[in-house]
Design a protein around this ligand. Structure first.
Ligand code: NAG
Ligand code: NAG
Ligand code: NAG
Ligand code: NAG
Ligand code: NAG
Ligand code: NAG
Length: 242
């Protein structure tokens, strides 16, 4: 039976890859040969006559075989363990059985870190650079941005991979904020999502230039000022005479 099964696991956890085979209680594990292989060529763990007959450095001390249902236990799971596994069972009495299991390994990304930097501000808008970064995850992520729940395109994104195969991602957006909005940065990997939302605020209130006074107000105030000046002049003349 070449049916494929899928098993998911997080880096560092313990995972069991089922062989979907059960050695009957009446039979002895010693009468079986069991091979757990990866990507069809690499032997992960093999047993014959009840003894371990494999030696794989990558899986050293991390594997264990259940001697009844032939489940392969791996602990702790590493990124490199991601792949397609095969369980091959041979016995004297039954035909060879081959079972396939796909192991998808994931590692959680950090909560996205969003920072903003204002580089210009006017009355109408605030120009900002918004940066979002997240690290330490697997597999390769997609990073997306949304303003008030509407997707926006990043101006630049970059993805890098560490020696341990873990990914880091950063993205930059230049945005002109004309009113307070909510910004969300989301990192998506293998069906999982980590996201951070924060408000983008238009920078401080700007000084509204005073509206020019209406014409009749100017006229009225001018008349009042002229009358006042005349009064002062008359008063000065009157006082200087006495
Ligand atoms: C195999 O046996 C182990 C313990 O004996 C159990 O935890 C596991 O669920 C079994 N797996 C299957 C596929 O039956
Ligand atoms: C595996 O375990 C053996 C014995 O416990 C130990 O000597 C060996 O160094 C271990 N190997 C690794 C890679 O940890
Ligand atoms: C992990 O293994 C699965 C199963 O073989 C494969 O489909 C997938 O592409 C692998 N993922 C990565 C990132 O290599
Ligand atoms: C977020 O990024 C800023 C700027 O790169 C950095 O100074 C800060 O330490 C980061 N915060 C976290 C929680 O990683
Ligand atoms: C965005 O969507 C979420 C849920 O779909 C909702 O709770 C939130 O109010 C929305 N925000 C805006 C700014 O529309
Ligand atoms: C950023 O992208 C927007 C729209 O995609 C574009 O209008 C703007 O010029 C870009 N800014 C920079 C500095 O590349």
């Amino acid at each position: 039976a070449l049916e494929k099964k899928v098993v998911k696991s997080k880096m560092g956890e313990k995972v069991g890859l089922p062989c979907y085979y059960e050695i009957p209680i009446t039979e002895s594990f010693h009468n079986y040969r069991v091979y757990w292989q990866k990507n069809t060529i690499e032997v992960v763990l093999a047993y014959a006559e009840g003894k371990k007959i494999s030696d794989n450095k990558q899986y050293d001390n991390r594997t264990e075989l259940d001697q009844r249902n032939l489940t392969l236990w791996i602990s702790p799971v590493e990124i490199m363990d991601n792949g397609s596994y095969q369980c091959v069972v041979q016995s004297l009495t039954e035909p060879v059985v081959v079972r396939l299991v796909n192991l998808f390994v994931t590692a959680d990304f950090s909560e996205p870190n969003v920072t903003t930097e204002v580089f210009a501000s006017s009355c109408e808008s605030t120009e900002m650079v918004v940066r979002c970064s997240s690290h330490g995850g697997f597999p390769e992520p997609k990073i997306s941005a949304a303003i008030n729940n509407e997707t926006v395109m990043w101006n630049d994104t970059s993805v890098s991979q560490s020696s341990l195969s873990l990914y880091s991602v950063t993205a930059v957006l230049w945005h002109s904020v004309t009113k307070d909005v909510s910004f969300t940065c989301s990192v998506e990997y293998s069906g999982l999502v980590k996201s951070t939302t924060l408000p983008l605020k238009k920078a401080g209130d700007c000084i509204v230039p005073p509206a020019p006074a209406p014409y009749h107000v100017i006229t009225a105030s001018s008349i009042i000022i002229i009358i006042f000046l005349l009064a002062v002049a008359l008063a000065a003349r009157y006082l200087s005479r006495h």
